[in-house]
Design a protein around this ligand. Structure first.
Ligand code: HEM
Length: 395
């Protein structure tokens, strides 16, 4: 046991590069950890994160689920920053358009673009698994799901990337980002107007036609709500899957024996996806605000406190997973919390799983072995998404 005082925050690049040692100490020595600098508590054990995720009356999402946004004046996105009964109404409506039928249709169609991205790279000596593949696939999938025509997808992706870009040391939008935001909003409005006249078989049309079952009576979403929804689905679906695929390339290179098992026995891939999600969670922190005083592990936390649920740490808790730091493609105990749990359980979980299964199968078929230039791996830095944005593969 180390005698150094424990320090954890998600904003420190050095800690974020490999938070597992400090998360292990939190679970063992400070399961209710308080960070004075940023004024939040962190729960790191599987059982505590699981219990808190289910108890939405005590752990509220309504003031935001991104730690640094709690208490800020941003326009809250629907559903994910809501508690019942508002959350229930939105979730019911959106779940009714995220149907198993639509997901099953996508499963067949996802292999083809994977081949399209990977085939031209076959004879190369290496490529960036995220930039050349992992970040492109989810954008294409989510755009197709929404119904953005193929010929517009690169343009929309360009705008979306520009909106997210921040100059170093700045938190506000650049002029280019603001212009891109205007362009994407105008584009969405055009798509909404077209579908109001002629609905299509896509998610945008279904959301436009969908009825929100509010207590005052069912109603359609306003244009402004539709814009926010399209952005929520794009941002929730793109960044996370891109990070999962980045982690896949890195983790399989670090565990070549497990990779060889998958090449030999592709039926293990579905299980390996769950293990990858447990091992390196692409979205490792969900924030909440406490709605009443609680006692936990001998400590009192007062109502109003900000709580970080460390789902990424929960995945490495030896109280739940034997030998948790070992990546085992055939691990059988795998009820991880990487997609959250309870009423906010990830709406896109089955889609993310479908994408990852197809991506891994098509990758291993073409590239059964690779090394990674670890010195050139780059990580994204946000408090909600953690993972590599650059993974240079070498053959
Ligand atoms: C590996 C990929 C993904 C990971 C790790 C992930 C993770 C999560 C987590 C942890 C939550 C719960 C947040 C909370 O409790 O506050 C969540 C919710 C959500 N996710 Fe995902 N997600 C992924 C992919 C996707 C995809 C592909 C989509 C859609 C296309 C999506 C859409 C959503 C939505 C709409 C919610 C809000 C659900 C609600 O509040 O009821 N996610 N996701």
């Amino acid at each position: 046991m180390s005698h150094e005082p424990i320090y954890y925050d998600p904003y420190d690049y050095r800690i974020d590069a490999d938070p597992h040692p400090v998360w292990t100490r939190l679970r063992d020595e400070a399961p209710v950890y308080y960070n004075e600098r940023y004024d939040f508590f962190a729960l790191s054990r599987f059982e505590d994160v699981h219990t808190a995720s289910i108890d939405h009356e005590t752990y509220s999402s309504a003031q935001g689920t991104v730690l640094e946004l709690i208490g800020s004046s941003i326009e809250p996105p629907p559903m994910i920053f809501m508690d019942p009964p508002r959350h229930t109404a939105f979730r019911k409506m959106v779940a009714s358009v995220f149907t198993p039928r639509r997901m099953a249709l996508l499963e067949d169609r996802i292999h083809e673009p994977c081949r399209g991205y990977l085939d031209p790279l076959r004879d190369s000596s290496g490529f960036d698994y995220v930039a050349d593949f992992g970040a492109r696939l989810p954008v294409m999938v989510v755009s197709s799901l929404l119904g953005i025509p193929n010929e517009d997808q690169d343009m929309v992706r360009g705008w979306t990337d520009a909106v997210l870009h921040r100059d170093e040391g700045q938190t506000g939008m650049t002029a280019t980002a603001a212009a891109a935001f205007g362009a994407v909003s105008q584009y969405y409005q055009g798509q909404i107007d077209e579908r109001r006249l002629r609905p299509r078989d896509d998610l945008m049309s279904d959301l436009i036609a969908g009825e929100l079952p509010e207590t005052s009576g069912p109603r359609r979403l306003t244009d402004a709500e539709l814009h926010v929804f399209f952005n929520l689905i794009s941002s929730a679906g793109n960044e996370t899957v891109a990070r999962l695929l980045g982690w896949t390339a890195l983790t399989l290179a670090r565990w070549p024996g497990e990779r060889a098992r998958l090449v030999e026995n592709p039926s293990l891939i579905a299980n390996a996806v769950e293990e990858l999600l447990r091992y390196e969670a692409p979205s490792p922190i969900q924030a909440r605000v406490l709605m009443r005083d609680i006692e936990l592990h001998g400590k009192t936390i007062q109502s109003g406190a900000k709580i970080a649920l460390l789902t990424g740490s929960a995945g490495r808790d030896r109280r739940e997973f034997p030998d948790p730091d070992r990546f085992d493609a055939s691990r059988s105990t795998n009820r991880h919390l990487t997609f959250g749990y309870g009423i906010h359980f990830c709406l896109g979980a089955s889609l993310a799983r479908i994408e990852a299964r197809a991506a891994i199968a098509e990758t291993l078929e073409r590239f059964p072995e690779w090394d990674v230039d670890e010195t050139a791996v780059e990580m994204v830095h946000t408090s909600t998404v953690r993972g590599p944005c650059r993974v240079p593969l070498l053959f």
